[in-house]
Design a protein around this ligand. Structure first.
Ligand SMILES: [Zn+2]
Length: 223
């Protein structure tokens, strides 16, 4: 990049910096210098919602402030690279960043190709142990789901009966009762096959008869 172009970008960056600083000053560092936003005499009042609003405003101000501050750092970095005469060169491969790109992002530190790499460095994968876990906790392929033993779904069903924070509204229309919301709520608890609920077996698993309990009544009542 020649001197002239370098000077052009220096002015562009200085302009950007001045605007940003003015903007920060104008709204009082995004409101962070205001003791309070909602003009109440004290934040210790009887309105927890006000406190929440105040907190939200603060967090927003803080986020905007940090964003502006880190942009300011980027501008300063670009300016120092101009001083060193290395502005506009990709920090990864050293090749010139296209001037079109610099027009749009004068603080760009990487060429398009390497910017993509930097961005992709952000870990977006799932924890590795999930590969070994069965769904729904892991990504391991669903194998033999219909096993008779106690699985995670059974465990969920057991604890779900004690109640969740779900309401019938969570599921939209078609739910008449709270009981309808639980997973397979008509499934027997404690046994798999319906007849197991009332068949009596001996120590060796041989069927020895049955008892007339609720499971038996329900089984007989079926159409
Ligand atoms: Zn590069």
């Amino acid at each position: 990049m020649n001197r002239e172009r370098m000077e052009y970008f220096r002015k562009l960056l200085l302009l950007e910096k001045r605007e940003l600083l003015n903007q920060m000053k104008r709204n009082n560092r995004f409101g962070l210098n205001n003791p309070e936003q909602d003009h109440e005499l004290s934040s210790l009042d009887n309105h927890p919602a006000d406190t929440a609003t105040e907190l939200f405003e603060r967090e927003k101000d803080l986020a905007l402030f940090y964003q502006a501050e880190s942009y300011l750092d980027e501008i300063d970095l670009a300016l120092s690279r101009i001083e060193q005469g290395i502005y506009g060169l990709c920090e990864e491969c050293g090749r010139p960043i296209s001037e079109e790109r610099l027009e749009v992002i004068p603080t760009a530190r990487f060429c398009l190709e390497h910017q993509r790499e930097v961005r992709d460095e952000v870990p977006k994968g799932r924890p590795i142990e999930e590969e070994a876990l069965d769904p729904p906790y892991g990504t391991k392929e669903k194998v033999r789901r219909e096993q008779a033993g106690t699985d995670d779904e059974d465990i969920w069903q057991m604890v779900e009966h004690f109640g969740t924070s779900d309401t019938p509204l969570t599921y939209g229309r078609g739910i008449e009762e709270y009981q309808d919301m639980v997973v397979e709520n008509d499934e027997p608890v404690g046994y798999v096959d319906e007849t197991e609920g009332f068949l009596v077996t001996d120590l060796y698993g041989r069927e020895r008869g049955f008892v007339r309990n609720r499971a038996y009544e329900e089984y007989m009542d079926q159409p």
